[in-house]
Design a protein around this ligand. Structure first.
Ligand SMILES: Cc1cc2nc3c(=O)[nH]c(=O)nc-3n(C[C@H](O)[C@H](O)[C@H](O)COP(=O)(O)OP(=O)(O)OC[C@H]3O[C@@H](n4cnc5c(N)ncnc54)[C@H](O)[C@@H]3O)c2cc1C
Length: 411
């Protein structure tokens, strides 16, 4: 069994790791000349870190992840704490069996890439065509190279070429929200150690600021703004570098510590936020979509890459289960994964509005709900409405799904 993966982002690399772990041959092709990730942060919750635990790479992941212990939600204009989420390494491990970690994206991808056998990942390879028949599937690259395999995984992101070639055009949907992301390296913060490992968030009318970590030696800042129009952005849907002055001006009447954090980043990356409508299918014969290509998701519950990791786990388990029937294995993967990933997409849309409410009455209700929840229960589950996302073992859920199906078939 040989799998060809198109795309070497977080989804593609984790898929290469889970497939390799199952003894499946992999070739991964990325169009960029090297690691395609930029700076800024990505979080993995317990439903994702338990996948690394299973494939034996949690130590590597832990070594570059920040074990954020506590996140305070604060009033944007006073800094008063609204609620406290206990997230951390030890708390998550105790309650969910696997840690919560935040990474610097490019560092995470470097470390994961190093776990792959030599020669698996090939860079500077842009896929331009996909062909399949009953004997196999071929990917054709811009430079004329042709890769041949039993299955092909399109892990090539929200504007996926594989998806367009095999499933037709799917237009990404602009959310009306824009993220401004900045980084402050440890050596620019003499008091860095005093922040360990506490994050802060300020939900404001139409805006949301998160100060978190990006790996063990960087602080990440993300300011989200709603009610935005693409026509007002000089670079349209593309990301762009913008000045600190521009971003600080958005928060000029906020409480001083929020303004101070934003002032510390040298520049920001402006990131218009898109997702796609949930798809009806992710597989066609020997071709399957994975990660953002299948279910690009807004970042408001921090699960986009995590859902790609769950895909990667289930895909490898499905192919290992029926190696002689790759087409059936891909269908099983789709049937198992599509409902959950679609639910996460829709929940992230809903949450994006909830976190940036404008109506004062609705804001009071929401903050009261957060405050009461954090008073009532302590620990990771304290004020989390996301049990169904976090308290989830994709490998076990896949086995249960298969058992239920075979029970049903037998009945
Ligand atoms: C502001 C923001 C914050 C986020 N925070 C989180 C978070 O905290 N936690 C989380 O889980 N998720 C988060 N996400 C979502 C997460 O970043 C994405 O879901 C994830 O990076 C998608 O990974 P992917 O590998 O599917 O796609 P991508 O990262 O887009 O990778 C696709 C790769 O395919 C390559 N490619 C494209 N076309 C071709 C081709 N024709 N041939 C070869 N290669 C090709 C690209 O160069 C790219 O490297 C966030 C997203 C945003 C925008």
């Amino acid at each position: 069994m040989k799998a060809i993966i198109i795309g070497g982002g977080i989804g593609g690399i984790i898929s290469a790791l889970t497939l390799t772990h199952q003894g499946i041959d992999v070739e991964l092709y990325e169009r960029a000349d090297g690691n395609p990730e930029i700076g800024s942060a990505v979080q993995f919750t317990a439903n994702v870190t338990n996948i690394f635990q299973r494939i034996g790479s949690l130590d590597v992941v832990k070594a570059c992840g920040s074990p954020v212990e506590v996140r305070h939600m604060r009033e944007w204009n006073t800094g008063t704490i609204i609620s406290t989420n206990r997230l951390g390494d030890t708390i998550a491990e105790r309650e969910l069996g696997s840690p919560y970690l935040v990474f610097q994206r490019s560092e995470l991808l470097d470390r994961l890439g190093e776990l792959l056998p030599a020669g698996v990942a090939r860079y500077g390879m842009r896929c331009v065509n996909v062909e399949q028949d009953q004997d196999g599937v071929r990917a054709v690259f811009e430079n004329g190279h042709v890769a041949q395999g039993d299955v092909l995984i399109g892990a090539d992101g929200i504007r996926s070429t594989v998806r367009r070639l095999v499933f037709g055009e799917v237009e990404p949907v602009f959310s009306g929200k824009v993220a401004y992301r900045g980084l402050i390296p440890q050596d620019e913060l003499p008091d860095f150690d005093s922040y360990k490992w506490t994050a802060n968030a300020w939900p404001a009318p139409g805006q949301f600021l998160l100060q978190n970590f990006a790996g063990r030696a960087c602080i990440n800042l993300s300011l989200y703004r709603s009610g935005q129009r693409l026509e007002d952005l000089d670079t349209g849907h593309r990301t762009a570098v913008v000045s600190t002055e521009e971003v600080v001006a958005f928060v000029k009447d906020w409480e001083p510590s929020a303004v101070a954090w934003l002032s510390k980043s040298r520049e920001f990356l402006r990131w218009p936020l898109f997702d796609i409508e949930p798809l009806k299918t992710w597989t066609e014969g020997r071709v399957a979509l994975l990660g953002d290509a299948a279910h690009a998701t807004l970042p408001f519950i921090g699960q986009g890459a995590g859902q790609g990791a769950e895909d990667a786990s289930a895909l490898a388990d499905a192919l290992a289960l029926t190696p002689s029937d790759p087409v059936g294995a891909l269908k099983l993967y789709e049937e198992f994964r599509l409902p959950r990933a679609s639910r996460v997409q829709l929940e992230s849309r809903a949450r994006s509005n909830y976190m940036m409410l404008r109506d004062p009455f609705a804001i009071n209700q929401r903050n009261l709900q957060w405050r009461e929840a954090s008073k009532a229960i302590t620990g990771y589950f304290g004020n989390s409405v996301d049990h169904w996302i976090l308290n989830y073992d994709v490998s076990k859920a896949f086995r249960d799904h298969v058992a239920l199906k075979s029970g049903n078939t037998a009945a």
